[in-house]
Every structure is written in structure tokens, then in C-alpha cells.
Design a protein around this ligand. Structure first.
Ligand code: HEC
Length: 112
């Protein structure tokens, strides 16, 4: 018998990939959280009305649990997805987000 042994199958590669994807997701959620908590170029901030530390509960005491909310969003269900929620804020309140920022923010909202 000559030749090298067959290379071992590499389940670890797959694991590494999954871990990288998880790291990327975490980084995205962190960026989204930052966006949620900082003042937007429009001068407004999500945190101005929602407290991200408390699942997005409304700071003025009206309990508002984004984490517990389900589609369709808003009391009248006008936003079928969280992305629509973000776009709604752009249209209705003048928030400005890039496509990337919108995705980051959605990742954060999904993680609540
Ligand atoms: C001016 C205050 C205000 C600001 C600023 C604000 N929100 Fe809201 N948000 C509300 C209120 C009030 C509701 C409930 C409205 C309704 O149900 O129609 C709400 C609802 C939501 C919901 C839907 C939850 C559900 O149960 O349907 C999400 C998600 C959300 N806000 C995320 C955000 C994000 C992200 C931002 C920043 C881009 C933001 N909000 C900025 C006041 C605000």
C-alpha cells in the first residue's frame, strides 16, 4: 500500500463556517443596536421612544415590547415585516438609513 492516507473528512470546516456566520450576525446585531440607540441624521432616535434595554418598551411607560411583537406590525398592521417598520419610520418620521443600516436594524429588532 502506497500513497497517503485519505484526508480526514473535515467537519471542523463546517463548524468554523457556522461560527463565522454567527460572528457576522452578532456584529450586525451590534451595529443595529448602535443605530437604534444613536441619534439619526434626521435628529430623531428610536431610543427617543423605545428603551432597547427593556425589549423596546416605550420609555413613557406605555408598555411596548418589540420583542413580543409579531407581524403585521403597528396597531393597524400596516407593516408586514420589520423592514417595513423601518421604512415606515423613514417615510413617516424622516429617519435616514442606508440599505445596510436598514438590514442591521432589522437584525437587531429580530434579536430582541
Ligand atoms: C416618536 C416616537 C417613536 C419613535 C422615534 C420610534 N418609535 Fe417605534 N413605535 C412607537 C409607537 C407609539 C409604536 C406603536 C405604534 C402602533 O402600534 O401603531 C411603535 C411601534 C414600533 C414597532 C412595532 C411593534 C408592534 O408590536 O407592532 C417597532 C418594531 C418599532 N416601533 C421600532 C422602532 C424603530 C426601529 C425605531 C427607530 C427607527 C422607532 N421604533 C422609532 C413610537 C416610536
Amino acid at each position: 500500500m502506497t500513497g497517503r492516507a485519505r484526508p480526514h473528512p473535515k467537519p471542523s470546516n463546517r463548524l468554523r463556517c457556522t461560527r463565522k456566520a454567527a460572528d457576522r450576525k452578532r456584529a450586525q446585531i451590534a451595529r443595529g443596536q448602535e443605530l437604534f440607540n444613536t441619534t439619526n441624521p434626521s435628529g430623531k432616535s428610536c431610543r427617543g421612544c423605545h428603551n432597547a434595554a427593556n425589549n423596546g418598551s416605550n420609555v413613557n411607560g406605555t408598555l411596548f415590547d418589540i420583542g413580543a411583537s409579531r407581524a403585521p406590525y403597528f396597531h393597524n398592521g400596516i407593516a408586514p415585516t420589520l423592514k417595513d417598520v423601518v421604512i415606515h419610520y423613514e417615510v413617516a418620521l424622516g429617519f435616514q438609513f442606508t440599505k445596510q443600516e436598514r438590514d442591521d436594524l432589522v437584525a437587531f429588532l429580530e434579536a430582541l
